[in-house]
Design a protein around this ligand. Structure first.
Ligand code: ADP
Length: 294
């Protein structure tokens, strides 16, 4: 069992933005969802753990590796799929993975060839191995990204916003691949998409404005809201009034009319009905309410 322990991590950028504010999380094998709105600090945390940038204070360990004091050790067991996986122009999938394997220190060419073939097969791109990565769809590029992240048997795999821009079919294939990979190692999936976490992750944290505002299982968070979420349609005019009188946790348009979820200890009456809470309710109830109405 691998264990990642993050303790009191803080980071303020030179422009004064406090991207990480005393972040502490413990993560074991399996898919871990790091959910947060844009700007929450997820990428800052992922880049810090990947040793691409330094924190101002705090400690992080992966098993017996002190990540910030032994970055070289960490990199040997890290697979990282950054938010924007830059692919080289005019290079085939096979060449790209071969190149990445050299960078990871696999010098024996026979061993490398075997590994590259294995990875291409695993991400279902073997047939396309001689094709230019540039010509790949978003989903195929992400699968190349995962393949390169798997080089060197990583114990920690970080994927930052991996499903942005994928169509539903591509997203599903990517989910399946991640779920398979995530059995034996730690996979941290950073995302602002609630469904990503809902479908894949057994444990999660919610991040907002640099802080961890929830940590646990998605189901526990949902259970905590049981009996407290009410819904109703409102008119546009009512929306403003309701916003002043109720704790609105989500607001969307359904068939052209605003439809709101509110959080309340007791039934607010007034046309509201009780609903079974979902992970989206959890997300919006934990993050800064001002995000909900914009
Ligand atoms: P997320 O990945 O959750 O969208 P980020 O970690 O990218 O969040 O950003 C957190 C906050 O830090 C945002 O306000 C962002 O504008 C700011 N930020 C991110 N990177 C930098 C940087 N290199 N310099 C200054 N501010 C940054």
């Amino acid at each position: 069992m691998n264990k990642l322990i993050i303790n009191n991590l803080s980071k303020t950028y030179p422009n004064g933005v406090k991207a990480l504010n005393n972040v502490s999380i413990e993560i074991e094998n399996g898919m871990f969802g790091l959910l947060g709105p844009n700007g929450a600090g997820k990428s800052s945390l992922m880049r810090t753990l990947a040793t691409l940038q330094e924190a101002d204070s705090g400690v992080a360990t992966l098993n017996d590796i002190d990540i910030f004091n032994q970055p070289e050790e960490l990199r040997k067991v890290l697979g990282y799929l950054p938010q924007e996986f830059g692919v080289y122009p005019r290079i085939t999938a096979e060449q790209l993975l071969d190149h990445m394997a050299i960078l990871k220190g696999i010098t024996n060419s026979k061993e490398r060839k075997q590994l590259v073939n294995y990875l291409l097969d695993k991400v279902n791109l073997y047939e396309k191995r001689k094709k230019n990565v540039k010509s790949f769809s978003g989903g195929m590029k992400q699968r190349v990204g995962i393949a390169q992240a798997l080089i060197g048997n990583p114990k920690l795999i970080i994927v930052d916003e991996p499903t942005a821009g994928l169509d539903p079919g591509e997203r599903n294939r990517f989910y399946n691949l991640l779920a398979e990979v995530g059995k034996e190692v730690i996979v941290i999936l950073s995302t602002h998409i609630v469904d990503d976490v809902h479908e894949l992750c057994t444990k999660m944290a919610i991040m907002d404005a640099g802080r961890i505002v929830y940590q646990g299982t998605p189901q526990n968070a949902i259970d905590e809201l049981d009996g407290k979420v009410f819904q109703r349609f409102v008119t546009r005019e009512e929306l403003e009034i309701f916003a002043n009188n109720y704790a609105i946790i989500s607001n969307k348009m359904v068939g052209g009319q605003p439809f709101i979820h509110v959080l309340s200890e007791t039934n607010p009456e007034n046309g509201f009905e009780l609903v079974k809470p979902n992970l989206e309710d959890v997300f919006f109830s934990k993050i800064n309410k001002s995000n909900v109405l914009v």
